[in-house]
Design a protein around this ligand. Structure first.
Ligand code: IMP
Ligand code: MG
Length: 179
C-alpha cells in the first residue's frame, strides 16, 4: 500500500440511501420471477446488496441470494487483466432470472466475465446493477442495466469498496489520494 490519504466525502451516506431507494423503484418490476436470484460480486458489493435487498423487501420481493468472489486486482489500483473465480455460487441457475450486483465498473472485465458465467450456468436472463460506473476507464464494451452513480476516473473507497482490503467499512464513498 502506498502512502495515501482518504479525502473528504465524494458521495455521502444520505445520497447513497436516496439512490438505493430510486434504484429499487426501477429494479423492483424486474424482480418478480418465481426463480429470481440476486448475486453479489464479492467482496465490494456486500453493503450495496444488503441495502438493496432490505429495500426490495418493502416491495414484497423475496429473492434467492448468493455470492461469487471474483478477483482481478492485485493489491494496488490497477486491474491485472484476467478475472478468476475464487469462490463460486452454489445456487442452481438453470432457468433463473439473475440480477448481478457489483460495486463498480472500471475496465468492465469483471462484469463482462460474470454475465457470461451466469449464462453458462443456465440463467435465462441476466440483468446487471453497479453502484458506481467509471465509463472513462472502460476496456471491455459493457454497460450496466442499472447504475447508481457515474463518477470520474478517481480511485474510490468506502461502502464496500477497498484500497488494499481497507476502508470497506466507511458508510460513504471517498477518494484515495496518493501522497
Ligand atoms: P473491472 O473488472 O476493471 O471493471 O474492475 C472491477 C473491480 O475492480 C471492482 O469490482 C472493484 O473491486 C475494483 N475497482 C475498480 N475501481 C475501483 C475503485 O475506484 N476503488 C476500489 N475498487 C475498484
Ligand atoms: Mg476490490
Amino acid at each position: 500500500m502506498q502512502p495515501h490519504r482518504i479525502s473528504g466525502v465524494l458521495i455521502s451516506a444520505d445520497e447513497i440511501a436516496r439512490r438505493v431507494d430510486e434504484l429499487v423503484t426501477l429494479l423492483e418490476p424486474h424482480c418478480r420471477a418465481e426463480n429470481f436470484v440476486m448475486i453479489g460480486i464479492l467482496r465490494g458489493s456486500f453493503m450495496f446488496i444488503a441495502d438493496l435487498v432490505r429495500d426490495l423487501y418493502q416491495h414484497g420481493v423475496h429473492p434467492k441470494i448468493d455470492f461469487i468472489t471474483l478477483e482481478s486486482y492485485g493489491s494496488g489500483m490497477e486491474s491485472s487483466g484476467t478475472v478468476k473465480v475464487t469462490k463460486d455460487i452454489t445456487v442452481d441457475l438453470a432457468g433463473a432470472e439473475v440480477l448481478l450486483i457489483d460495486d463498480i465498473l472500471d475496465s468492465g472485465r469483471t462484469l463482462h466475465f460474470a454475465v457470461n458465467l451466469m449464462r453458462e450456468k443456465g440463467a435465462s436472463r441476466v440483468l446487471t446493477c453497479a453502484l458506481l460506473d467509471k465509463p472513462d476507464r472502460r476496456v471491455v464494451k459493457v454497460k450496466p442495466d442499472f447504475t447508481g452513480f457515474t463518477i470520474q476516473d478517481h480511485f474510490v473507497v468506502g461502502y464496500g469498496l477497498d484500497y488494499d482490503s481497507r476502508y470497506r467499512e466507511l458508510p460513504y464513498i471517498a477518494k484515495v489520494e496518493l501522497i
